[in-house]
Every structure is written in C-alpha cells, then in structure tokens.
Design a protein around this ligand. Structure first.
Ligand SMILES: CC(C)(COP(=O)(O)OP(=O)(O)OC[C@H]1O[C@@H](n2cnc3c(N)ncnc32)[C@H](O)[C@@H]1OP(=O)(O)O)[C@@H](O)C(=O)NCCC(=O)NCCS
Length: 265
C-alpha cells in the first residue's frame, strides 16, 4: 500500500460560516464566488474521516473530494556533490538544465540513438524535470566556472543486482548504470571519456558499488567505443533484440566493469 502522506480538499455546496471551522477541527474554509466552500489541507486519512463525519452531521452536501499537493517523493541526486576533472565540472541536474540539454538532444543525429525526445520543448521540460529523472542526470559543463556552457548530460542510475529472494537485501544498490549524451559540437575531444572515467571512480570509490554497466545499439559505434575506452568489457551481444523507430530490430551490446577490474587513470 502507498503510505506517502497526502493532503485533501473537500468542496461543499453553499457557504459555510467560519464557526463551522472549529466544529470541523479548526480547518481553513475558503468561500468561492460560485457559492461553494472548500476546506483545504485535510492532512491525512484519519483527519479526512473525521471531517467527512462532521460535514455529514451538519448536513453539508459534498460535491468534490480530491487529493492536493501530494508531496513529491524525496529523490536526492545520485551525485551527492559536484565533481571536477581536469577540463570539466559534473554536477547534479536541476529543472533549469532542460533548455540547454534540449538544444542538443532534439537533434536528429543525437536522438537517433536515444530512447526518445518529446516533439516540443514544453513536453521535454516536463519529462526532464520529473524528480526521478533529475536524480539520475548529471550535467557536464566545460571548465570550472559556474557560468560554463553545458556540453552534455550523463545518466547515472544506482540499482539493485539480481539476487535470490533470501539474499536480496545484500544485492541492494550494489550496481550502477551509465548513459551519456554530448552536444555534437563537443564530441571528438575526449570529454565523454574524461567524464565517464570520473563517474566510474565515483561509483566505485564514493558509492561503493561492485559493478557498473552500460548498453547501446551495436550500430552506435561512438557509444560502445567509449565504453571500451573507459575500461568496460563487452558481456552481451543480443541479436535483433531491440526495435528502433526506423522499424528495424537492431542488435544491442551490453558492457560492464567490476570494481576489481577498475583502476584509477
Ligand atoms: C556517445 C558519445 C557521448 C561519444 O562521444 P565522443 O566524442 O566520441 O567521445 P569522447 O568525448 O570520449 O571523445 C573521443 C574521441 O575524441 C578523440 N579524443 C581527442 N582527445 C581525446 C582525449 N584527450 N581523450 C580521449 N579521446 C580523445 C578520440 O580519439 C575519439 O575520437 P574518434 O572517435 O575519432 O576515435 C557521443 O557520440 C554522443 O553523444 N552520441 C549521441 C548520443 C548517444 O548515442 N548516446 C549514447 C546512447 S547509448
């Protein structure tokens, strides 16, 4: 059962006087111009039942009951703090990073290899700013200046390894998956390699995971060559496994590196 706290709003026919507020447990009552009253901020199910009973007792006609302001799940970034490499800054994403990443993600040559990109910026902003997406997105900027231009975004997702049920606790958060996108204006300089190496270091040294994975279409040479440059090993070649938007079923490759195979550059 979802136990996330919720708040509720209840609308009733007619204007309720303020003195009913105390009867209903000191609730704020907002009287709308349309002749209805809304009680807001009913904090939880227990209070909700009490308020509904109170409204029934005074003969109020309930016309609407809805959840409001369900608190967003707390979703901290997997990157606990910004990281610096020789040429780059890697930092947790914020909703403000939607526009600069849209600029390169919507390009045909980039989107060619990605899961997808909404057709308009509004749709992209909505997708990009979802808490779970922000929590797993790492922004790459060139240089160490706070105003430095964004040149790409990486995905870093921490995950559980597969395990039998009785040892599943021990497999929790023991893996991470990497993904990457560079603005094509900044490819060919080793920036993705530099960021990838730093994120591997972060995974093994700071997060303490035991294995890091990455996947791509076999036809995406730039991506699997990057996996090899950062020391990952090809583990899987799946044949005609994934459907590309061109309508073709494409081969995919899966790479991984274990903590004991990794060595700092
Ligand atoms: C995948 C992607 C991030 C790789 O970018 P990239 O620029 O090739 O990778 P790097 O930044 O590490 O640069 C490596 C290239 O720069 C060259 N290079 C120059 N200086 C370098 C340095 N100091 N260190 C390493 N490489 C260097 C390398 O020789 C290599 O060039 P080559 O491919 O001609 O051999 C990029 O192609 C991309 O964003 N693609 C579109 C999105 C995508 O496909 N994402 C993956 C989905 S699974």
């Amino acid at each position: 059962m979802n136990t996330a706290p919720r708040t509720y709003a209840i609308r009733v026919d007619g204007h309720l006087d303020d003195h009913w507020s105390a009867w209903l447990g000191e609730l704020d009552l907002a009287r709308d111009d349309d002749g209805t009253t809304v009680t807001v901020s009913v904090a939880d199910q227990a209070q909700l039942h009490g308020v509904l009973a109170g409204l029934r007792d005074i003969g109020a006609v309930i016309t609407e009951l809805r959840t409001t302001g369900t608190p967003a799940p707390i979703c901290p970034s997997v990157l606990e703090r910004p990281l610096q490499t020789e040429r780059l800054t890697l930092r947790p994403a914020t909703a403000d990073d939607a526009d600069p990443t849209w600029a390169f993600r919507q390009l045909k040559s980039v989107n060619e290899w990605l899961t997808g990109c909404p057709a308009d910026l509004e749709g992209y902003r909505e997708l990009f700013s979802k808490p779970a997406r922000l929590a797993t997105t790492v922004i790459l900027t060139l240089g160490h200046d706070p105003e430095a231009p964004t040149i790409g975004d990486f995905m870093l997702r921490r995950e559980d390894a597969w395990a039998q049920l009785d040892v599943a606790d021990q497999a929790r958060d023991t893996q991470a998956e990497l993904g990457w996108v560079l603005d094509p204006a900044f490819t060919g300089h080793g920036y993705a390699t530099e960021a990838g190496r730093e994120l591997l270091r972060y995974c093994f040294e700071d997060l303490g995971v035991r294995r890091v994975t990455a996947n791509c279409f076999l036809g995406n040479d730039a991506s699997w060559r990057l996996m090899e440059r950062v020391g990952m090993r090809r583990e899987v070649h799946a044949v005609r496994e994934s459907l590309h938007r061109s309508g073709r079923w494409l081969d995919t490759v899966g790479y991984a590196i274990l903590e004991q195979e990794w060595s700092p550059a």
